[in-house]
Ligand binder design. Sequence first.
Ligand code: IPE
Ligand code: IPE
Ligand code: MG
Length: 257
Amino acid sequence: MECAACDVNAYISSKGLDPAKMPAHVAIIMDGNGRWATSKGKNRLLGHTQGYHTLKQIVYESNRLGLTCLTVYAFSTENWRRSGDEVGGLMTLMLEAMRAEIEELIQTGIRVRVSGRLAELPEDLREELQAASHRTKHLPGLIFNLAINYGGRAEVVDAVRTICKAVENGELRAEDVNENLIHDHLYSPDLPDPDLLIRTAGELRLSNFLLWETAYSEIYVTPVCWPDFDPSNLVRAIADFQRRTRKFGTVVEEAIS
Ligand code: IPE
Ligand code: IPE
Ligand code: MG
């Protein structure tokens, strides 16, 4: 075994986790920024700023834990319904955060990716995200996948449109459409499906996140609001995941205690 892998496994074990049962892909619905701020009598945007600091910690912890991929829901296709102040504040925060963090991400070997309808984002943010993903694509570490202007339904619509065009052009036949083909036209076909989906702030819904990809994800919901979520909460979610029995529709013999 390479030493880098030994180090990662030692780190995983030091957290009380089993290196053989780690999720490859963790996805997070980072919810509760607004409630966190409101409960302190502060502006919602302060909750988002605090949420950015949380995200930074969780990205580096995910990398230390050797995860292949971390996908985070940063802005949904429905979040445009919020006030202009909040939407504008979020766009500025994402732009400034990416500008501030890119060099450290590169030094740590983290690959930045983006999922969503980027064409609808402000130009400066879109360009920053595209540059970050270009500059980091050869790096060896965690894939940090930002879902921005992302909607699970929009993703399926975009895939179906591309497939329909190929059928119109005679490149595909309707009979060729199957699960693999749809998968291949999603935003990130090279990523494994999330093994573990975490939602903070207690809501028991998907809110249009990764509708196709989470078909068999294990779901973990915590009441902790995103600004208060820390690396120990991530480790706890993974420990819970390691106690689950994944069945994928089959029958698995379980010990009866
Ligand atoms: C999640 O926190 C962040 C985004 C949706 C951008 P919220 O802003 O939804 O926080 P709550 O749900 O109002 O507390
Ligand atoms: C989901 O949270 C979107 C993000 C975390 C970016 P929302 O706060 O938008 O979800 P709902 O409105 O409570 O379903
Ligand atoms: Mg919310």
